[in-house]
Design a protein around this ligand. Structure first.
Ligand SMILES: Nc1ncnc2c1ncn2[C@@H]1O[C@H](COP(=O)(O)OP(=O)(O)OP(=O)(O)O)[C@@H](O)[C@H]1O
Ligand SMILES: [Mg+2]
Length: 331
């Protein structure tokens, strides 16, 4: 059975567990594959530890600054990073500029080289791994860019932009339906299909970028500062879209953000990265209430000071403690 085949258990999201090749029943009714991956009652496949994705001992070294008369020393950018993402989890990744957040994300996307470590997804080793495994992985894990304007080809219409990953990854089926469904999931109607990126607002462009990512029906979205170029009301709208994708479609999210208030609002668990090492990995509420590390406390203090200094007026919906209405949120 091909890993790229939609009939593979990892791609099957509905129905009873199949009598999948290489899987045998466990005492608890779940199934276990020959490589230790477990198959859930709903037919989806996980790593042996129950996680959707596991990063283990991921490290990266780069050449340090050139100093006259000295050999250039290598310095670490990522230091044996370990963490796991469970199905449907919302995880925040925060840290100061240069902490290694984007490097980690690029490695998780298979775009940057790692010097050591492994990445496992749904019971398959992706790093080190085959090109074929990486191609399969791109259907499971998708990316939301920071700057949608730069990521959307200005010559293409929204219909083509959202369809492109389906063609690129060789996904069969009714593409037109998938494109319409993905746009509806991000709150954009059919009138956007023929528009080009130049005619979209920042929030609309970001939602098209999210639609591109979810058209392939991934299980996990990796997002590097997806809200940073947007003003506050549009941030609220995109945050709402991410929340509903998680709630309605069960898509897990790893969100990189400088803005700890975004992480606090959206994420159940937060990882703090400092100089290439994860120094905290805890439920968000506990971490914000009582940070275990002085570095985290300093990050929280800096975020509070910054938001107080900005003294942003509170939108009427937030002041009233309710969700903003669609009239209150610009698109
Ligand atoms: N190829 C490379 N060569 C040299 N240094 C690198 C390379 N890639 C990353 N770095 C360094 O690694 C560190 C982490 O970079 P990274 O872009 O991951 O940080 P970041 O946490 O995403 O920062 P920001 O919040 O500013 O986006 C930086 O000091 C960067 O200069
Ligand atoms: Mg970065």
């Amino acid at each position: 059975m091909s890993l790229l085949d939609d009939s593979h258990p990892a791609r099957r999201d509905e129905g009873a567990p199949p009598a999948a090749d290489g899987f045998s029943p466990n005492a608890d009714g779940s199934l276990l594959s020959a490589d230790g991956a477990s198959l859930n009652a709903d037919g989806s496949c996980l790593n042996a530890d129950g996680s959707l994705l596991r990063v283990s001992g991921l490290s990266r070294w780069v050449a340090g600054p050139r100093r006259w008369g000295w050999r250039r020393e290598r310095q670490p950018v990522l230091k044996a990073v370990d963490f796991a993402i469970r199905p449907g989890e919302l995880i925040g990744l925060a840290g100061v500029s240069g902490a290694g957040k984007s490097t980690l994300l690029n490695m998780m996307l298979g775009l940057a080289r790692a010097d050591s470590g492994e990445i496992w997804c749904q019971g398959r080793r992706i790093r080190p791994g085959s090109v074929r495994a990486l191609r399969w992985y791109r259907r499971v894990v998708q990316y939301i860019p920071q700057d949608p304007a730069a990521s959307l080809d200005p010559r293409m219409r929204v219909r083509e932009l959202v369809r492109e990953p389906l063609v690129h990854l060789g996904i069969d089926g009714d593409h037109q339906r998938r494109v319409s469904e993905a746009l509806a999931q991000v709150g954009l109607d059919g009138s956007f299909l023929e528009r080009r990126p130049e005619s979209l607002s920042g929030g609309q462009a970001q939602r098209v970028a999210i639609a591109r990512a979810i058209a392939v029906r991934p299980r996990l979205l990796l997002a590097d500062e997806p809200l940073s170029g947007l003003d506050l009301p549009v941030q609220a709208k995109v945050t709402q879209v991410l929340k509903s994708l998680n709630h309605d479609a069960g898509i897990a999210l790893l969100l990189i953000s400088h803005d700890l208030s975004v992480v606090c609002r959206l994420c159940q668990r937060t990882l703090i990265l400092d100089a290439g090492a994860i120094i905290e990995d805890r439920p968000t509420a506990a971490l914000f209430r009582q940070p275990a590390q002085a570095h985290t406390a300093a990050l929280l203090r800096a975020a509070t000071t910054f938001s107080t200094a900005l003294s942003t007026p509170v939108p009427p919906s937030e002041a009233a403690g309710r969700r903003p209405t669609t009239q209150e949120i610009p698109s």
